[in-house]
Design a protein around this ligand. Structure first.
Ligand SMILES: NC(=O)c1ccc[n+]([C@@H]2O[C@H](COP(=O)([O-])OP(=O)(O)OC[C@H]3O[C@@H](n4cnc5c(N)ncnc54)[C@H](OP(=O)(O)O)[C@@H]3O)[C@@H](O)[C@H]2O)c1
Length: 263
């Protein structure tokens, strides 16, 4: 590990969109080393091996459960004096079903992972970027950020937090050399749907979903251009903007019907 090479930290890099983002960052810019974080040590280790071999970059693995309070601080401590130039806050989970049926511990873990750890990592790692006058932050939100989402109420609210935080920080950081981009994908073919127990939802069942690689390509391009919000796919852009043209009270019912179970 070298302390002075530019480095990108990717959370949730053991699969899905995070793995695709790590692959894309490694392929696009061989000047960057990578730090990969998630819980699955084996999957991180094999991705790290592959990226080291194929791109001759330094790849460090940090096993971290970011749903645990205090985990973001531990991750920052594990980085030591490592310089982070690109922060990709991607790790996140969903919970499908009525809010009152959700497992309380799973709900708390989701709030901690999707919002608190993301905000804490941003707060901890961006000051050094600002001091250097350059840095990129990519926050993985969702099209869910643009509307309330009955049957995934807590998840949609976490993504609204990510989008709101990112847009506000983009304004605060104008002229600092640090940019922040909220990547807002629609449904993507990853382990997310199984993890959220939403395989039966009309939103995804029987649909051809965008791939994680397509999503990551849009995200990295938008981040490199310093765009504040990136929504991959025209249909998703229309869907994300449509609540603006509807009476607010109608939107929750429309979203509930769209993601109700298909049977
Ligand atoms: N797929 C979609 O339809 C979709 C759409 C919009 C937005 N998103 C967002 O995209 C991001 C990535 O999701 P994905 O679709 O790639 O899902 P995924 O395939 O399930 O991957 C989730 C990643 O997050 C990591 N993760 C989960 N819990 C964690 C924890 N407690 N601590 C640390 N890492 C954890 C997982 O690694 P470990 O299990 O190894 O910890 C994995 O690397 C999430 O923020 C999600 O909300 C997904």
């Amino acid at each position: 590990m070298s302390a002075d090479r530019p480095t990108a930290l990717v959370t949730g890099a053991s699969g899905g969109i995070g793995e695709a983002l790590a692959r894309r960052l490694a392929a696009d810019d061989h000047d960057h080393d990578l730090v990969l974080a998630a819980r699955s040590a084996d999957r991180l280790a094999s991705l790290a091996d592959e990226l080291r071999r194929s791109h001759q970059i330094d790849v460090t693995v940090i096993v971290s459960d970011l749903a645990r309070p205090g985990a973001a601080a531990d991750l920052v401590a594990a980085l030591g004096d490592r310089r982070i130039d690109v922060l990709v806050n991607n790790a996140g989970v969903g919970l499908y079903g009525p809010f009152l049926d959700s497992d309380p511990a799973a709900l708390s873990g989701m709030l901690q992972l999707n919002m608190v750890s993301l905000a804490e990592l941003t707060r901890a790692l961006v000051p050094a970027m600002a001091a250097r006058g350059s840095g990129r932050v990519l926050q993985v939100a969702s099209t869910a950020a643009f509307m309330p989402g009955p049957l995934m109420a807590g998840y949609y609210a976490t993504k609204a937090f990510v989008l709101s935080l990112s847009e506000a920080l983009a304004d605060e950081w104008k002229g600092s050399g640090v940019t922040v981009t909220a990547l807002c994908p629609g449904p993507i073919a990853t382990g997310f749907q199984a993890g959220a127990d939403m395989g039966d939802s009309k939103l995804v069942k029987g649909k051809r979903l965008m791939t994680a690689e397509e999503c990551a390509a849009v995200g990295v391009r938008a981040m490199n251009r310093g765009r504040v919000v990136a929504i991959p796919g025209l249909g998703n852009r229309v869907q994300a903007l449509s609540p603006r043209f509807l009476p607010r009270r109608l939107v929750p019912g429309i979203v509930r019907r769209a993601q109700a179970p298909s049977h």
